[in-house]
Design a protein around this ligand. Structure first.
Ligand code: NDP
Length: 445
């Protein structure tokens, strides 16, 4: 690593001890943008790297709430407003017991470059809580969301910071938080995205991340003169992203044979029955193991890591960070996998990424391939500002075009800086340059 870049990385390590996910994300971006820093001295002269790795603002707050039995609980809420050089902070809220400041910083940092890649005016941010919605009643989730928003509403606004969903935050949670924001601020505007259609949500936002991941993967396949038609696909997770990746991959002629959750995975040799998964997960909020009780062609295996042993042509990791390690990547490649596109954020470990790049299979990092979610959130913001609602087809068409553009700008940047075909470098560089140049225009802030 170049001496200046390495010094910046050491500084981040010193200040972010105990935040391994954040360090992992920063290390990858800094390695990718090194050729840009070496070629254009203006970034070093203006200390762009030192500034871009430091959040503009971090808000941490107490979230007290009462369960159905009247017992009081306290969770920790947070919002990291990372970078607003090219637009209001934008990024989801994650509710999961594993959430800590390091998780939110890693996600917020990734979001800066992802949002830049979409070509829309959105800065990077992320938030969440260590609250676990699993096993809670609707009333408990509502009380938590109201308490969370009672504090968060002091720091966000349609032109300042616009959160959305992420793990553990879907339509129900966004609805409760939007209601509380409106009640406290006495204003009805698009302060959250992923809203219900009755109160300012966008058609195709629910589908956007999963669809976008498949659209981007399709572009990589086209480059290799092939397509989803007739391919066997393995998808991890069984939440929002995974479900709509199944739908789009199936529409394009592929057979998706597996899904998972944090307890285990299902394998269905006849192809996943999407309607059944949607009922189990979106309506009944059950575990993925329930699928095999209703579908004789499927088997369930305890433990989610084994999913990567299933032979497939295409793998779409859509669950969580670091769910696919070096050994799993080697197994995928050995079994003939030709493409990996990440629906989740940073699901492949650095060792896994190295395996994919060395094997020269088509590989898209999450900040490129899952950017369709935030891009459609950007489209939701545009519709809200105009007080208009576009049709599903209009939004889907715009989403598709954005994914095509992301693929082409990442591919172009990878070529320009000497690593053709490496979309990790390409996505990081293309995302970085735009934000860095905007920061230069703003002076030292
Ligand atoms: P959901 O909460 O809807 O679903 C998450 C899924 O991942 C669940 O099946 C969950 O299983 C599984 N999962 C979570 N943690 C683990 C784990 N440690 N090991 C194995 N499986 C796990 O979340 P989303 O589908 O919205 O998000 C999935 C990923 O996509 C995340 O990385 C998120 O950051 C990313 N993403 C989401 C976007 C969106 O628009 N929703 C946009 C861009 C990225 P279980 O029920 O057992 O926890």
């Amino acid at each position: 690593m170049n001496a200046y870049v390495s010094e910046v990385m050491q500084g981040v390590k010193r200040r972010s001890e105990g935040e391994p996910l954040f360090l992992q994300a920063v290390q990858e971006v800094l390695e990718s943008v090194t050729p840009v820093i070496e070629k254009h001295k203006k970034y070093q002269e203006a200390s762009i790297l030192e500034r871009i790795v430091e959040p503009e603002r971090q808000i941490i707050f107490r979230v007290p709430w009462q369960d159905d039995k009247g017992k009081m609980h306290v969770n920790r809420g947070m919002r990291v407003q990372f970078n607003s050089a090219i637009g209001p902070y934008k990024g989801g809220l994650r509710f999961h017991p594993s959430v800590n400041l390091g998780t939110i910083k890693f996600l917020g940092f990734e979001q800066i470059f992802k949002n830049s890649l979409t070509g829309l005016m959105m800065g990077g941010g992320k938030g969440g809580s260590d609250f676990d919605p699993k096993g809670k009643s609707d009333s408990e989730v509502m009380r938590f969301c109201q308490s969370f928003m009672t504090e968060l509403c002091k720091h966000i606004d349609a032109d300042t910071d616009v959160p959305a969903g992420d793990i553990g935050v879907g339509g129900r949670e966004i609805g409760y938080m939007f209601g509380q924001y409106k009640r406290i601020r006495n204003t009805f505007h698009g302060v959250l995205t992923g809203k219900g259609l009755l109160y300012g949500g966008s058609l195709a936002r629910t589908e956007a991340t999963g669809y976008g991941t498949v659209y981007l993967c399709d572009e990589m396949l086209k480059d290799r003169k092939t397509s989803f038609e007739g391919k066997t696909v393995v998808i991890s997770g069984s939440g929002n992203v995974a479900i709509y990746a199944v739908e789009k991959a199936t529409q394009l002629g592929a057979k998706v044979v597996s899904l998972s959750d944090s307890n285990g995975y299902i394998y269905d040799k006849d192809g996943i029955d999407l309607k059944l998964v949607q009922r189990l997960k979106e309506i009944e909020r059950k575990r993925i193991s329930e699928y095999v009780k209703e579908r004789k062609s499927a088997v369930y295996t305890e433990g989610c890591a084994g999913i990567w042993n299933i032979k497939c042509d295409i793998a779409l990791p859509c669950a969580t960070q670091n769910e696919l390690d070096g050994k799993a990547a080697e197994t995928l490649v050995k079994n003939g996998c030709i493409a990996v596109a990440e629906g989740a954020n940073m699901p492949s470990t650095p060792e896994a990424v190295e395996v994919f790049i060395k094997a020269k299979i088509a590989y898209a990092p999450g900040k490129a391939s899952n950017a369709g979610g935030v891009a459609t959130s950007g489209l939701e913001m545009s519709q809200n500002s105009q007080r208009l609602a576009w049709t599903f087809e209009e939004v889907d068409q715009k989403l598709h075009q954005i994914m095509i553009n992301i693929h082409s700008s990442a591919k172009q940047a990878a070529e320009e800086y000497g690593t053709p075909g490496n979309l990790v470098n390409g996505a990081n560089i293309a995302g970085f340059v735009k934000v860095a140049d905007a920061m230069l225009s703003h002076g030292l802030i």
